[in-house]
Design a binder for this molecule. Structure first.
Ligand SMILES: Nc1nc2c(c(=O)[nH]1)N[C@H]1C(S)=C(S)[C@@H](COP(=O)(O)O)O[C@H]1N2
Ligand SMILES: [Mo]
Length: 428
């Protein structure tokens, strides 16, 4: 080996540096996407301007954006924004670490548009089976001791399809933020819960009046009325000035622009619960809420290209509504053999857990996939196992992808072809 060769070349080509993961140079020259070198604007911004001093901007050479889903929600009644506001997913291929920048947090299900709420006029009312109905402004909430937690938030519509090209398409309806707010249990304690109260019904202030029932046991455990997201006020897209945050439950529970909480003694069949989440199958239930263990390799993934044989660090994300991720295994041979990936710290309860594994690509076709296990020993199923559970074939599962199959958490395979191209290899 020539002495001029840098350690970086050795790592990439010879596979010599397995122990040296931490020493891997940050500039590993992997440029998988054609768009990777495009800039957002041709004009060079004045980075010494007062604007930049007062509110920072990312480099004009960084261009990750939300991924447009490109379809309308025809079933949504008026009032709806005109023109219709499209849904867009998180570009999870481009994330590093476990936090999703708020600007890239997926924006979906805003069927009725985003309300423009003046926080000084906004109020949260707690009523129903309580001793004292109470009203809180954001400032009132801030007088209570706050809690922060890093939690993922996944839409139930986050379902991979064989026709999806990239990991953004297959897994983009998810994000992970640090959320700050008041435990709802504290507010309910203040109001005094009456005997027999077992659910709450939470309602948002958007035109669609999004409303969802949440079981009291969960409320008492870790539900937040959140006003902070990643160190700043919750963004309008995510529920400014306050939202419900129900860690590990289906996204739909996390009522944004939170306006009222009614304490009740049974779950309500609200519009959202009636219209989209009632499956014909007895195994589906709109009152199953905790998301199962799920993981996906984000690099290499669909439409990446490996420029040459050699070492790469496979990386991806794992999460579970059941708690912390205990283990992530990676297979490079379509599931015949598995190797434990390294879980990067922090590996937190109901948050994204980032995993890494150094892998040497020998230039042959390979099928990469990850499988995670959570603290309840729940193991992420393969598509076949998932289909068998529902008594269907994999083809039927892909064709009938209604919400009736609940959380779709099966393993996502990516095929690396001999020319280095990576494709979605979900069976049709
Ligand atoms: N008020 C209100 N809350 C809502 C919704 C909505 O349309 N209106 N959509 C729900 C759905 S389906 C999801 S997946 C999550 C998405 O939360 P996020 O936009 O912060 O990611 O919000 C939930 N809360
Ligand atoms: Mo959703």
């Amino acid at each position: 080996m020539g002495s001029k060769k840098s350690s970086r070349r050795r790592f990439i080509q010879k596979g010599a540096a397995f122990a040296g993961l931490a020493a891997t140079p940050a500039s590993l020259a992997i440029a998988p996407r054609a768009a990777g070198s495009q800039t957002r604007g041709s004009a060079v911004p004045d980075m010494n301007s007062m604007e930049y001093v007062l509110y920072g901007e990312r480099s004009r050479f960084v261009n990750a954006e939300r991924i447009l889903e490109g379809h309308d929600h025809h079933e949504v009644n008026r009032p709806r924004p005109d023109p219709y506001r499209p849904s867009a997913g998180t570009p999870i291929h481009d994330l590093v670490g476990i936090i999703t920048p708020s600007s890239l947090h997926f924006a979906t299900q805003h069927h009725y548009g985003i309300p423009d709420i003046n926080p000084s006029e906004h109020q949260l009312t707690i009523h129903g089976m309580v001793d004292r109905p109470l009203i809180f402004t954001v400032d009132d909430l801030k007088r209570f001791p706050a809690t922060s937690g890093i939690y993922f938030l996944e839409c139930l519509g986050n379902r991979p399809r064989p026709t999806d090209k990239t990991v953004n398409d297959t897994h983009g309806r998810i994000a992970c933020s640090e959320w700050t707010g008041v435990p709802l249990s504290l507010l309910l304690q203040e109001a005094g819960i009456k005997n027999g109260a077992s659910w709450i019904v939470a309602e948002g202030s958007d035109a669609g009046q999004h409303t969802k029932s949440v079981p009291m046991a969960k409320v008492m455990d870790d539900v937040l009325v959140a006003y902070g997201q990643n160190g700043e006020p919750v963004r309008p897209d995510q529920g400014f000035p306050m939202r419900l945050l129900v860690p590990g439950f289906e996204g739909i529970y996390n009522v944004k622009w939170l306006k009222t909480i009614k304490v009740v003694d049974q779950p309500y069949l609200t519009f959202q619960e009636r219209s989209r989440f009632l499956g014909p199958d007895h195994r589906s239930s709109h009152f199953i809420y905790e998301l199962g263990p799920k993981s996906v390799i984000t690099f290499p993934s669909g439409e990446d290209r490996l420029p040459e044989r050699g070492n790469y660090t496979i990386t991806g994300l794992a999460w579970s509504g059941g708690g912390t991720i205990r283990r992530v295994e990676v297979s490079a041979d379509g599931g015949r053999s598995w190797t434990d990936a390294k879980l990067r710290q922090p590996a937190l309860k109901r948050a994204f857990t980032r995993f890494d594994l150094v892998w040497q690509w020998n230039g042959e076709e390979a099928i990469l996939q990850s499988r995670c296990t959570d603290e309840l020993d729940q193991v992420q199923p393969s598509a076949n196992e998932f289909a068998r559970f529902w008594g269907h074939t994999v083809t039927e599962i892909h064709q009938g992808m209604g919400s009736r199959f609940g959380h779709v958490n099966f393993i996502q395979p990516w095929k690396v072809t001999t020319n280095g191209m990576v494709h979605n290899s979900l069976e049709t």
